[in-house]
Design a protein around this ligand. Sequence first.
Ligand code: UT7
Length: 329
Amino acid sequence: MPFNATITGLGAYVPERRLTNADLERMVDTSDEWIVTRTGIRERRIADPAEGTSHLAKRAAREAIAQAGIEPEELDLIIVATSTPDLTFPPTAALVQGGLGAKRAAAFDLNAVCSGFLQAYVTAAQFIQTGAYRHVLVIGAETLSRIVDYEDRSTCILFGDGAGAAVLSRTSEDVGLIDFVLHADGTRAGLVYCPSPTSPEATLKSIGGIAKPTIRQDGRAVFKFAVNGMSESVLTLLERNGLRSEDVRLLVPHQANLRIMTAVAERVGVPVERTANCIAEYGNTSAATIPLALHKWFHTEGLQKGDLVVFTAFASGFLWGAALLRWGM
Ligand code: UT7
């Protein structure tokens, strides 16, 4: 690889409004005790009606750009990972590019649902490693509250809104993305899905879905695949890079359920004390969970240059995978 691609800036933004477990107790037949025990979630953030995914994304992006010490005009590419774009088109990345004044940057959205940030991060690194680009902004941003059915207690307790961003920059130092695995199994599309208002009946039939444009899932089935998929991805990366779990300074798993995160940490042998966690305060923010959890860890626990970090995610699709990187800040 001619160049390495390392994270030089992180940013995070969540809306002001909190939706607590006590609020949900007044909306559906649930309890704080059930939610905390089964998921680890205590509250989530909900976007203001005037706030779209692009607004959240821009707030997170500005912080990441400032930390990277560059101007928006220096960005070569912006990738927004989201499954809740402001519009069907243009892509949210174009709205972000225009809003930031990133005049030279190309822009596209990437929809890989809860593995969106992982896939966008790996994609961004390819552009840098080949020498094509110097600075790429990657954002995971969602307004999931717009596609949640607040009458369905099995899903409405899980999801929230938020955005996390990272600037990846070219470096000749021995830091940045080392290796990754990405997988897909589209035969299981019906296990967690969200139709659009225009979804064809034939597609819905093929996945055993219904037309209502809100998130639906078979939580119990997804749970098992999520634990297996993320654990196996991380173990593959460790094995083929000659690493032991003790070598991993930080595991950053997708934040869908604290029980899933704990099970993954146990299986791969990384103690929960070295596992990034922001699920209690934000719930599942899909593409935003990994950068939000990483941002929180970086600003509370800290990371040293040279630390080995692993991202892992599992998503509707199914899509799953992991990335191994050497911290460079
Ligand atoms: O982001 C990627 C995709 N999504 C995921 O990774 C989610 C993976 N799955 C999960 O996180 C968990 O399966 C859930 C949190 C969704 C559900 O937890 P669970 O421990 O698997 O519960 P369950 O679905 O097996 O339901 C157990 C019981 C059921 O009642 P019965 O049939 O035992 O009487 C549910 O009706 O809990 C009931 N239940 C609730 N009770 C109180 C379901 N939701 C609630 C609720 N409050 N909110």
